[in-house]
Write a protein that binds this ligand. Structure first.
Ligand code: GTP
Ligand code: MG
Length: 234
């Protein structure tokens, strides 16, 4: 526990208020903890699979066209506390079943691309692979969010192969350009300053910044057409 808080469960030392537990409770806790850690490991493996798939596509493309469509790939596993908070928000009991069935973003992969075309080319190349199944697609590039947010979101499922079983796991993928990522990263920082009242004027300015970065993407795409006509029709 980061902040030692006194409440019904923990004392001011961050220790359980209740000092003695039944064997059944301890056994249940042990199994649940083990199952939880196991599930998180499976998500981590699925995330690694997706990351590798994008790295392979990047290698192949750079060999063929002598440039990299991917600038960076970031992966993140949702923190335990965020998982529990999201389950609470959805009024769901915290169980392994509910986590697997009602949360789509425990494993997340963010692919930051050079150009807008690269976003769609990579998404298409990934979805063509026969072990990848598309569950949901949200195109916030075609239809930006009201605040100006742009990205292509995919929820996919892929198998992971373990020693004795095959598990199908879900991964959330966000594909965006460097310009979209720049805006989203800064907007995220601003939004989390909760003590500041975001006025309509500030929201409009943020939206104008999103538009400016989208314009930059268009201008860079035009330059690319002039410099690299060969890799346009992928
Ligand atoms: P949640 O998963 O509960 O957030 O709802 P949802 O599935 O409807 O969300 P959506 O697919 O629209 O977005 C999921 C993720 O995209 C978020 O967790 C963020 O990482 C990112 N995202 C979405 N909207 C914004 C935004 O306005 N600003 C920024 N910076 N990131 C966003
Ligand atoms: Mg989501």
């Amino acid at each position: 526990m980061e902040n030692k808080k006194k409440n019904d469960i923990f004392d001011e030392e961050g220790m359980f208020v209740q000092k003695e537990f039944s064997d059944e409770f301890l056994e249940g806790l042990m199994y649940h903890t083990y199952d939880f850690v196991k599930l998180m490991t499976y998500y981590k493996c699925a995330m690694m699979e997706i990351e590798t798939k994008f790295n392979v596509l990047n290698e192949e493309f750079s060999l063929q066209y002598d440039r990299q469509p991917i600038s960076t790939i970031k992966t993140r596993l949702k923190k335990n506390f965020s998982i529990f908070k999201k389950m609470n928000k959805k009024h769901l009991p915290i169980t392994i079943y509910n986590m697997e069935n009602y949360l789509d973003d425990i494993a997340g992969v963010r692919v930051v691309c050079s150009f807008v075309d690269d976003v769609y080319m990579l998404a298409e190349a990934l979805l063509k692979q026969d072990d990848v199944t598309l569950i949901e697609k949200k195109d916030y590039i075609e239809n930006p969010k009201e605040n100006g947010y742009r990205s292509l979101h995919l929820i996919v499922s892929i198998p992971i192969f373990l020693a004795h079983e095959k598990r199908i796991m879900k991964v959330e993928i966000q594909l965006r350009t460097i310009a979209m990522d720049f805006w989203a990263s800064l907007e995220h920082q601003l939004r989390y300053k909760k003590d500041i009242n975001f006025t309509d004027e500030m929201s409009a300015e943020l939206n104008a910044c999103a538009q400016a970065s989208a314009d930059l993407d268009i201008r860079m795409a035009k330059l690319r057409k002039q410099c690299m006509p060969k890799d346009i029709d992928i």
